[in-house]
Design a protein around this ligand. Structure first.
Ligand SMILES: CC(C)(COP(=O)(O)OP(=O)(O)OC[C@H]1O[C@@H](n2cnc3c(N)ncnc32)[C@H](O)[C@@H]1OP(=O)(O)O)[C@@H](O)C(=O)NCCC(=O)NCCS
Length: 182
């Protein structure tokens, strides 16, 4: 399957956020590399740390290549964009990734600081859960800083159970069975 086929599978959706702003949610495209890097660089240091759990300032070329070209068999990268044409800007993103032969995958999300608190993360995670289930994934998990109460609360409301993580007490592991996801 190609990235184009993957995109065809995830039908782009237009969303209205809590304050009326609009975004489109779509699968990433290989030509989004520059916009992805710009979106990561625009995150506040706190948001970047919460997403990557390291003081990384930008994606390495390898991370960027993988983010823009997910393996359609077991990965999906969604982006939330506003504006159109050359003005298009990535204001949020979420991905899941699994591995060959496994029905388990891991999610991660980030929303631009100026777009937080509007319900975008909830829409991203719900979309990832549905897409993962539609592709045969049975379990989804995520590693979240123990201090990230917003993300932990959201995961809990979407049916994830929280547990200790092998990373130690500063990181929590959330897990959800996807088999009930419609
Ligand atoms: C965590 C993060 C993804 C949440 O994104 P968001 O778009 O702001 O989240 P939402 O608006 O969907 O809100 C999620 C929950 O947080 C709570 N929340 C949102 N904004 C809030 C605010 N300003 N104050 C208090 N609680 C708030 C809400 O209870 C909401 O739950 P609900 O949808 O059930 O009401 C975002 O803050 C972020 O990108 N942080 C940095 C990266 C990160 O932490 N990633 C998670 C690691 S995988």
């Amino acid at each position: 399957m190609t990235t184009a086929a993957q995109e065809a599978e995830f039908i782009p959706v237009d969303l209205q956020l809590r304050d009326g702003r609009r975004v489109s949610l779509r699968a990433v495209r290989p030509q989004d590399k520059e916009a992805l890097q710009a979106a990561i660089k625009r995150l506040s240091p706190e948001s970047r740390y919460a997403r990557f759990m390291s003081p990384l300032r930008e994606l390495t070329p390898k991370m960027l290549e993988r983010a823009a070209n997910p393996d359609p068999d077991y990965e999906l990268q969604l982006v939330a964009v506003c504006g159109g044409g050359p003005q298009e800007t990535i204001v949020g993103g979420g991905r899941y990734c699994g591995s060959a032969g496994s029905t388990e995958c891991e999610f991660a999300l980030a929303v631009a600081d100026a777009w937080q608190g509007l319900g975008l993360a909830r829409r991203l995670l719900e979309s990832l859960m549905r897409a993962a289930r539609a592709r045969g994934m049975e379990r989804m998990e995520g590693y979240i800083l123990a201090s990230n109460s917003r993300m932990l609360g959201l995961a809990k409301r979407l049916g994830f159970a929280e547990a200790a993580s092998p990373e130690g007490p500063s990181v929590r592991l959330v897990r959800r069975d996807l088999r009930g996801v419609g």
